[in-house]
Design a protein around this ligand. Structure first.
Ligand code: AP5
Ligand code: ZN
Length: 209
């Protein structure tokens, strides 16, 4: 199955993608995670992407498309994949559309005031990518999956969060209509519990895993 997850920053794409990709037995490909890994390793791609990410802007399409094309050519993508955070512009969506026939575009939507709360309270594991919220951590500072110390993402500062939401409205929201016109859009209300959202997505994908 070939799926993309759409939705504003903080809608829960990463939280859901991590579990659902495992349940469906397909790789979870997050362009944000790949950029952050490159930044950590100080690769040329990471150096180029860092200034855009730190400002809450999108990394240019050419860099992003090269990265995704390389990743989709890997052997583990033969039987499908879950793309999280890509595409994010119309040119990215059109470039993907020329190469692959997607099964579903899952649009997880949440109102902006909730998103600001979610992102400003988010803590992430730099090792395995698991995402938490301070309200459910109960003071814990380590990842429940792998035990690493949790961190706050550099782009989860209030002014950068506001910029990311603006960029989403200006450049990414239009993809909802792009995929609706193709007849593959699934709308999911992301403002409910993690378990409810997960169950809705799996039902929409025709899976009761
Ligand atoms: P990326 O890493 O993709 O960030 P994003 O889209 O801003 O998405 P987030 O990771 O912030 O949110 P999410 O929806 O995954 O939410 P999460 O599950 O963590 O991209 C970062 C940057 O990289 C971009 O700004 C851009 O610069 C660059 N980039 C990436 N892809 C690009 C592309 N294609 N083109 C160009 N540039 C690109 O959840 C958020 C919080 O809410 C967590 O605390 C979580 O625990 C909590 N939560 C989740 N679900 C629920 C729920 N149901 N109820 C309550 N709390 C919940
Ligand atoms: Zn971890």
């Amino acid at each position: 199955m070939k799926i993309v997850f759409l939705g504003p920053p903080g809608a829960g794409k990463g939280t859901q993608a991590m579990v659902i990709s495992r349940e469906l037995g397909i790789p979870h490909i997050s362009t944000g995670d790949i950029f952050r890994q490159n930044i950590k390793n100080e690769t040329p791609l990471g150096v180029a992407a860092k200034k855009f990410i730190d400002e809450g802007r999108l990394v240019p399409d050419d860099l992003t498309l090269d990265l995704v094309n390389d990743r989709l050519a890997a052997a583990d993508c033969k039987n499908g994949y879950l793309l999280d955070g890509f595409p994010r512009t119309l040119p990215q969506a059109e470039a993907l559309d020329e190469k692959v026939a997607l099964d579903y575009a899952v649009n997880v939507d949440v109102a902006h005031d909730h998103l600001i709360d979610r992102l400003s309270g988010r803590r992430v594991c730099p090792e395995c990518g698991a995402s938490y919220h301070i309200t459910t951590l109960d003071g814990a500072q380590e990842c429940a999956v792998c035990g690493n110390l949790l961190i706050q993402r550099d782009d989860d500062k209030p002014e950068t969060i506001r910029k990311r939401l603006e960029v989403y409205e200006a450049q990414t929201r239009a993809l909802i209509d792009f995929y609706r016109d193709k007849g593959i859009l699934v709308d999911i209300d992301g403002a409910r519990s993690v378990q409810e959202v997960r169950a809705d997505i799996l039902a929409a994908l025709g899976s009761d895993a």
